[in-house]
Design a protein. Structure first.
Length: 145
């Protein structure tokens, strides 16, 4: 079994699926900046949705999702895992986490925008909810000057 298949074969938890989303948006442009990895760790350390999660597991989980992404149809497989694992009530949370990581460097590039579109479609998040989440991020990260 190859590394990506091993990651797919194991049972993915809700916490891991949310980490998958953050890693996927961070790696969407082919690199994973340190600022985004730090933000993933920070969010996993204090958000209520991560209660009971050990942030020390982020790096191994990131390796798992990267192995999946490296395989054939990796993005589709990873998104399907997220959709299958997350209960519907956490779909907006997953999208919010993706937007939070994408805006960590105060810049959205085309690959990050495309990933957000793919995520929104896969988890069937309505446009109004997605727009509200995106607008909230703009407001949070706006500079005074």
């Amino acid at each position: 079994m190859v590394q990506g298949q091993e990651a797919m074969a194991k049972e993915v938890t809700v916490h891991e699926a949310l980490i998958y989303v953050m890693v996927m948006i961070s790696a969407a442009d082919g690199k994973m900046p340190e600022i985004e990895l730090k933000r993933i760790t920070r969010l996993a350390s204090f958000l209520p949705v991560f209660e009971g999660f050990d942030p020390e597991r982020i790096i191994p989980i990131a390796r798992d999702v990267q192995a999946i992404l490296a395989g054939p149809e990796g993005m589709d497989i990873a998104l399907e895992i997220v959709k299958d694992v997350l209960p519907h009530r956490l779909h907006d949370t997953a999208y919010s986490l993706a937007v939070e990581i994408a805006t960590a460097d105060l810049h959205l590039d085309a690959t990050e925008i495309r990933f957000l579109q793919m995520l929104r479609a896969r988890i069937e998040l309505d446009k109004l909810t997605a727009a509200a989440i995106e607008r909230s991020a703009i407001a949070r990260f706006r500079r005074a000057g």
